[in-house]
Design a protein. Structure first.
Length: 385
């Protein structure tokens, strides 16, 4: 008899399964490869996040610095460097209108104990900061200025009210270069007029300041205060520390009221900005316009003191008209800490700011980036008060 129960043979020769040890070894090897891949992916993600953060920091700082450059370069253009000493400003306004004022009293530094020797300045400017257009008058009478409707005036009432708002000054310029400044009280879009606070004087009968004749063909523009400074981020939803204090700071540009103090509008220029500084100032300290005597001021402490003193402060005796150029710097920290970074706090007031530490933040240290730009004031030099 034939035995039909024969052992089956594989089609491609002899084969057997994996035993338990081989399976465990394969699983361990696969786990090692998987973990290495995960670590590599995490590392690459961290590197990409740091690079993106650096790009964001650079962009924020450049954006803020460019705004500062535009405003500072135009100082004195179409305006007065210092109404208190400017012979072309007549009559003198009640408030001294200065092209630039520095302060160390109203800009915020968050963690003084953790990040010492950080003293941001605030930079207050005055002039044609937001509206650069000039118009002309057909007549001036009492408190009223009548505009020449030559097609350059705002075409809608909404635009008219935005430009001729009561937080601004109107400047009236004569053909001889004289200037008169008055706060705007009210406007009338339909009549193309505005009214000022106080009466606009007319020359004659012993009055040496004011307009001539009917007040026709005087130039008209609007001017206002703006301020750059570091503030805390109090926006809804902004991150806060365990003690409830804001975690972040912002560099803002604020439009101020007629008094140069009250905030009318605020624009954020840089997130996570931690320092705003000035240095390397050049001032012409010779009071006579015929000669030039430049004095070098290396740090902000040389030009502004706590309480507003100094040649570029906000107290009486300041001489912003002497400023010819300065360097402005903006420092921004990253939005995410680096756990491998070692904190290197500032050793003195004007040393480089390399890292930033936030209170109660155990995630690591924040890297920073600082951008600086040299800014000249050509109109301040040409006026040479």
């Amino acid at each position: 008899m034939f035995n039909n129960r024969q052992n089956p043979r594989p089609f491609f020769g002899f084969s057997r399964g994996f035993n338990l040890i081989e399976l465990l070894m394969a699983l361990a090897l696969a786990t090692i490869v998987f973990m290495a891949s995960v670590q590599m992916f995490v590392k690459q993600s961290e590197v990409m996040s740091q690079q993106n953060d650096l790009i964001d920091m650079n962009r924020e700082a450049r954006f803020a610095l460019e705004h500062l450059r535009q405003d500072l370069t135009s100082l004195g253009s179409n305006s007065t460097p210092n109404s208190g000493v400017d012979p072309l400003v007549c009559p003198k306004p009640a408030l001294d209108l200065r092209a630039l004022q520095l302060s160390v009293d109203d800009s915020y530094s968050m963690d003084v104990a953790l990040d010492p020797f950080v003293q941001p300045v605030s930079i207050k400017l005055f002039g044609s900061m937001d509206v650069k257009t000039r118009w002309h008058t057909t007549a001036i009478e009492g408190t009223t200025v009548r505009f020449l409707d030559d097609g350059t005036l705002p075409t809608t009432e909404a635009a008219w009210n935005v430009i001729f708002s009561p937080d601004r000054y109107v400047r009236l310029g004569g053909a001889d270069g004289t200037m008169m400044y008055f706060p705007i009280a009210s406007t009338n879009f339909g009549a193309k007029t505005l009214n000022v606070v106080g009466t606009i004087p007319r020359q004659g009968n012993g009055q040496v300041c004011g307009y001539l004749g009917m007040g026709a063909n005087y130039t008209v523009d609007v001017q206002n205060f703006v301020r750059y400074r570091i503030v805390t981020d109090n926006r809804p939803g902004a991150p806060r520390r365990p003690d409830g204090q804001p975690e972040n700071t912002l560099l803002v540009r604020e439009r101020l009221d007629l008094n140069g103090v009250t905030i009318v509008a605020q624009t954020i220029l840089a997130e996570n900005a931690v320092d705003l500084g000035v240095f390397d100032m050049l001032l012409d300290i010779d009071p006579t316009p015929q000669t030039l005597k430049i004095k070098y001021m290396p740090t902000a402490a040389d030009v502004v003191l706590a309480g507003g003193g100094g040649v570029l402060g906000y107290q009486g005796g300041a001489t912003p008209e002497a400023l010819r150029s300065m360097t402005v710097k903006v420092t921004v920290r990253s939005s995410w800490p680096d756990k491998n970074l070692v904190h290197r706090p500032r050793s003195q007031l004007f040393a480089p700011l390399e890292t930033w530490k936030v209170a109660d933040d155990q995630r690591g240290i924040y890297p920073t980036i600082t951008l600086a730009g040299r800014i000249a004031m050509p109109t301040m030099m040409s006026r040479n008060l």
